[in-house]
Design a protein around this ligand. Structure first.
Ligand code: HEC
Ligand code: HEC
Length: 245
């Protein structure tokens, strides 16, 4: 999505980033520019796979069985994740977002050796299983008690969230498919913090453009922790998918 804007945005901001010339974000940008045809191909292929998967009919029951077999061992029986191990909650996450991430792991667009193995275990034509599992997970109730931070900077955290995050992730933290933004409500503090840091260093590139990565990278460690703590306390409300029969 944002790949095409990288060169001009990089020029505009060269002064800003000059203070840390070999910063990981710079290296990621340089790598993205050098491998531009490759990342455009990767994004195109991911888009095609998403369209192909969404065209299949979903079977949430079969998805539940596949989840119990292949995923619950790490993500938990209720898909509420494990805060201490930075394993994300998946229950109640947006269906479309779940699919984009399963595709990104399978295509090696997103790092995480555990998920590369789990993807490979689904076999050579996993589209139907992705469709079923995502349909199952999106309808599960969110984790009502995710792992939280120390609660000492919630005023700061809520200010940052409203000013810089809510436009995409929504005030209530339920996310927005039109900008590919996941729900953050019900998610564990340590996992949220780890992903903010990861996205700030260019680690997730298919749906995170340069401006967003730069905004996250310019946050102090204290601000990142404060906003992650606030996010971990957004109340987990039922999603539209859960209200369907
Ligand atoms: C060996 C443990 C393990 C297994 C098995 C596993 N996962 Fe994961 N999963 C993880 C970890 C760890 C992460 C966080 C990856 C990271 O660091 O970005 C993750 C991340 C994810 C994410 C991204 C969530 C988000 O909010 O972005 C999805 C979706 C997911 N897993 C779905 C599944 C599904 C579906 C299965 C079964 C087919 C599965 N996982 C099996 C460990 C596992
Ligand atoms: C311009 C829209 C936009 C804004 C503003 C934005 N995000 Fe996001 N965010 C996204 C998108 C898109 C993704 C999904 C990235 C992907 O698919 O890999 C995401 C993913 C995330 C994730 C990963 C969640 C998961 O389950 O893995 C976290 C955490 C996050 N954002 C936190 C924040 C915080 C904190 C702010 C404010 C400081 C913020 N975001 C501002 C669009 C946005």
């Amino acid at each position: 999505m944002g790949v095409a804007v990288i060169p001009s945005a990089a020029l505009d901001r060269s002064r800003l980033l000059a203070r840390h010339r070999w910063h990981p974000l710079w290296i990621a940008v340089a790598a993205a520019v050098l491998s531009l045809p490759l990342s455009v191909n990767a994004a195109e292929r991911a888009k095609e796979l998403l369209a192909k998967t969404l065209a299949l009919a979903a079977n949430a029951n079969a998805g539940g069985q596949a989840f119990a077999r292949n995923c619950a061992g790490c993500h938990g029986d209720k898909a509420w994740g494990v805060g201490d191990a930075s394993i994300p909650a998946l229950a109640g996450q947006r269906e479309r977002y779940l699919l984009t991430q399963l595709i990104d792991f399978a295509e090696l667009n997103r790092d995480a050796v555990e998920m590369h193995r789990a993807s490979a275990a689904l076999g050579i034509a996993p589209e139907q299983q992705w469709r079923n599992i995502a349909a199952y997970l999106a309808r599960l109730p969110m984790n009502p008690r995710p792992q939280k931070g120390d609660g000492k900077s919630l005023d700061n955290g809520s200010g940052i969230y409203r000013d810089s995050c809510a436009s995409c992730h929504r005030e209530d933290g339920m996310g927005d498919d039109s900008v590919a933004a996941p729900a953050l409500a019900g998610q564990h503090y340590s996992y949220v913090l780890m992903q903010i840091r990861g996205m700030a260093s260019g680690h997730r590139f298919t749906n995170v453009d340069f401006d967003l990565a730069l905004m996250l990278d310019n946050m102090s460690a204290a601000d990142m922790a404060a906003v992650a703590d606030y996010i971990s306390r957004l109340s987990a409300m039922p999603t539209a998918a859960q209200l369907l029969p």
